[in-house]
Design a protein around this ligand. Structure first.
Ligand code: GLN
Ligand code: ZN
Length: 778
């Protein structure tokens, strides 16, 4: 226990965007990687960003010296930060450490990005968000030791500027629960088995933060809300009990706030943390509800995560207040207002959006507006509801205005969704479709195709920029796109691919492109959100009922088809992915919104068919990632997500071949859902696992067409003919021949032409060899 106790502030946020309002961190970090900015200059830029963040948060009303400002900066990823701090980097990066054994930027960035033969840590989804973290690798051989003073230095840096901030570190249970075993680990080893050895390093870390001037520390433990991890919720709760008994008992430590964002804490974890010798606990009251009374709260502060850290809506502030009142009823020592999660998932500031309609803006809250909401609620906690009644009422007025504004509810869209026929989601039997499609398309065995996009060259991106800025006319821009499509079709014919694509040169992004062309969406100018490392995306805002004012993709597909005798696939993004990669309205179930998007896509498919397109691909790479963290919520999700895909595609004629593409290989997890999509052909990632997914598919009895990716498009490496042929033979050995399609793992937009051409040549050649082998043996 600490000897001096400092009160927890009445309001706080769990974290703040770190990329900078103009993505300054991205530019600095990428310049450092390119060798044009040295380490000292990069550190200076980062320090300046942290300084600007603290000043901004103070200006928005968080206290300068009461620990309400989180110290949540990261150069790349918060999980890597924690792993680096405790020295848990795999052996292969050991030589990159500093002379004294600490982890500096060289080891840190190489672990994140790899270098030559040194594979980086794996990137994967952070809970059910669009953020990706780096997966630590931990084995019996991992030695834990405090390996950087970066966290402490940031606390000291803030102190020197007159701030007392609260460092934010991923907690020990979550760090281990998200880690994977190293290759050296024996079967059955789990990183969580190393908890006891890890804890002393956290104790040391906390002491170093205290010594640097931190009065509070925030340990993030989102693993305690998840039911989707390999470790069970009960085991995680038990680990948390052990971990916080040790950390709470550490000498000279700051007060400890444990944060449990993203969903409801498991009952066991709630009880364990309430009983633990920590001082404060933050719960997510947007995705979770106020937990039941439990022993041990009387000496703890409860932070109510009532301001949603994951959406961009101003929301219902009266109801946020009400949740804080309900939380107070649990008998904790004090209640504070907070965000449900870090604000790293939302853009910086809605005041930075000059192009958005003022009325829409009045309904929105980005990070800075959410900070102001927390500050208001905190004032209410201190001064009483009366002191903030006016602000709460203003938010209610905005909410009411949103409910009644034109476009939010569109009668025609609603009537159509409400009057769907019972068979609106069903196509003809698969056998009938297969026969009709074989007759219509006349494809060879092992048909070859690609996932849709061809390289988005610097030229294409420059043209789009010029068009956006009005430097070239739309007619000029579109003429250049037609030239690009002509080249891409020519190339595919020359390569000898069977099913062609137009290459998606007109799309900036597979979701934003549709958002820009559908009613009900708004597009931001500066609304960047970190996706991983230096990468950020600009999700669109889905604010109203969705409809399609005019065909979107049809003229490009039609033009491409006019250039070739071979079938050209129409390319659409599916409803689940459009929702997953946008900021979606929160005033109706996702299922309803998904059906509206589906109906717009259904019309697009009908128009594609009318234009002579015989194959349509509806991409759903996000199907798996939206899967809820709680097992109990998963069936309902799979039901509506699959239902929306079927609604989008079931209008297609029996002879029209519907493809879908999924971007991951965890086929087993959602196999029933994939089968239920009822697509005629599904392409899926397979190359990185050397085709293991093929066995899953075969064992599942999946009977429709399937294209396990034959090479990994995530690196410029060109696969050899024999490598591709081996994967293909594995597919042909394990699956009925007529099921197998040949395609890369994913779209080619991030690749350059030289490796793309070389890789596809090898794919076509490998397919020829395997086809010949089959004819000989049949
Ligand atoms: N059709 C898209 C492309 O090729 C699919 C990308 C994806 O699934 N992420 O780029
Ligand atoms: Zn993909």
């Amino acid at each position: 226990m600490t000897d001096t106790t400092s009160a927890f502030p009445a309001g706080t946020i769990l974290g703040y965007p770190r990329i900078g309002r103009r993505r300054e961190l991205k530019r600095a970090v990428e310049a450092h990687w390119a060798g044009t900015v040295d380490e000292a200059a990069l550190e200076a830029t980062a320090a300046e960003l942290r300084r600007a963040t603290r000043e901004r948060l103070a200006a928005l009303g968080l206290g300068r010296d009461d620990s309400s400002i989180p110290e949540s900066f990261s150069f790349y990823d918060q999980v890597l930060d924690a792993a680096a701090a405790v020295g848990a980097l795999p052996e292969r990066f050991a030589h990159l450490r500093e002379a004294d054994g600490t982890v500096g930027l060289a080891a840190y960035f190489t672990a994140a990005r790899g270098a030559g033969e040194l594979a980086p840590l794996e990137l994967t989804k952070w809970f059910d968000t669009n953020y990706h973290y780096l997966v630590p690798e931990i084995g019996p051989e991992t030695t834990f030791a405090l390996s950087t003073d970066r966290f402490a230095r940031q606390v000291a840096e803030a102190r020197a500027e007159g701030f007392v901030t609260r460092p934010v570190v991923v907690g020990p249970v979550t760090l281990l629960a998200l880690a994977k075993a190293t290759d050296a680990a024996p079967d059955g080893f789990r990183p969580l088995d190393r908890l006891a050895e890890l804890l002393p390093v956290y104790v040391e870390l906390l002491a170093s933060l205290r010594a640097a001037g931190a009065e509070w520390v925030q340990l993030d433990e989102p693993a305690l809300v998840s039911e989707s991890l390999p470790v069970s919720a009960d085991e995680l709760a038990e680990a948390a009990a052990r971990a916080y008994a040790v950390l709470g008992g550490g000498a000279d430590r700051p007060e400890i706030l444990v944060a449990a964002p993203y969903a409801q804490l498991s009952i066991a974890a709630w009880a364990a943390l309430a009983a633990a010798p920590i001082e404060a606990l933050s719960v997510d009251l947007t995705r979770g509800s106020v937990p039941s009374p439990v022993e041990g709260l009387s000496d703890k502060v409860l932070v109510g995560g009532v301001v949603d850290g994951r959406n961009v809506w101003r929301g219902d502030q009266e109801s946020a207040w009400q949740k804080l009142e309900d939380l107070s009823a649990l008998g904790a020592q004090a209640v504070a207002a907070g965000t449900s999660t870090s604000l790293q998932h939302v853009p910086h500031d809605v005041a930075d959006e000059p192009d958005l309609e003022p009325r829409l803006v009045s309904w929105l809250a980005f990070a800075d507006q959410k900070v102001a909401q927390v500050v208001t609620l905190a004032r209410g906690l201190v001064e009483g509801h009366g002191a903030i009644a006016r602000q709460l009422a203003e938010a209610s007025v905005a909410l009411a205005d949103r409910q009644s504004a034109p476009g939010v509810r569109d009668g025609a869209v609603r009537t159509r969704a409400a009057t769907l026929t019972a068979d609106a989601r069903d196509r003809a039997d698969y056998d009938a479709r297969l026969a009709a499609q074989e007759a219509a398309l006349g494809l060879p065995v092992l048909p070859t195709t690609t996932i849709g996009s061809f390289p988005q060259t610097a030229d294409i991106r420059r043209l789009r920029g010029q068009h956006d800025r009005g430097e070239i006319t739309t007619a000029e821009y579109e003429q250049l796109l037609r030239l690009e499509i002509t080249a891409v079709i020519g190339l595919q014919e020359e390569l000898g691919l069977d099913v062609l694509v137009h290459g998606e040169a007109e799309r900036n992004d597979m979701v934003q492109y549709f958002a820009e062309n559908l009613d009900g969406f708004a597009v931001t100018r500066n609304g960047w959100v970190q996706s991983y490392g230096s990468r950020a995306t600009r999700p669109s805002i889905l604010w109203g009922d969705v409809s399609r004012p005019a065909p979107i993709t049809v003229r490009w597909a039609e033009f491409a088809q006019s250039l070739t005798e071979r079938p050209v696939k129409g390319m659409l993004t599916g409803p689940v992915t459009i929702l997953a990669w946008s900021f979606v309205r929160d005033d109706q179930p996702l299922a309803e919104t998904a059906d509206q998007v589906a109906l717009a896509l259904r019309d697009e498919i009908a128009d594609l068919e009318a234009a002579g397109i015989g194959i349509v691909q509806v991409d759903e790479p996000a199907l798996r990632e939206l899967l809820p963290l709680k097992a109990a919520d998963q069936p309902a999700y799979l039901d509506w997500s699959v239902g929306s895909f079927r609604l989008a595609t079931a209008g297609a004629a029996t002879a029209t071949q519907v493809h879908t593409h999924l971007c991951y290989s965890e086929f087993a997890v959602v196999i029933d859902a994939i089968a239920a999509l009822d697509a005629d052909v599904t392409s899926i990632e397979a190359a990185r696992s050397r085709g293991e997914v093929i066995t899953d598919i075969a064992e599942s009895g999946f009977s429709h067409g399937v294209g396990p990716g034959v090479y990994d498009i995530h690196s410029p490496r060109v696969p050899s003919v024999s490598e591709v042929a081996d994967l293909l033979r594995r597919a042909v050995d394990e699956l009925p021949l007529r099921q197998v399609w040949v395609n890369p793992d994913c779209g080619l937009k991030t690749r350059a032409y030289p490796e793309t051409v070389a890789s596809l040549q090898n794919v076509v050649e490998a397919t020829r060899l395997v086809r010949e082998g089959i004819e000989v043996t049949v």
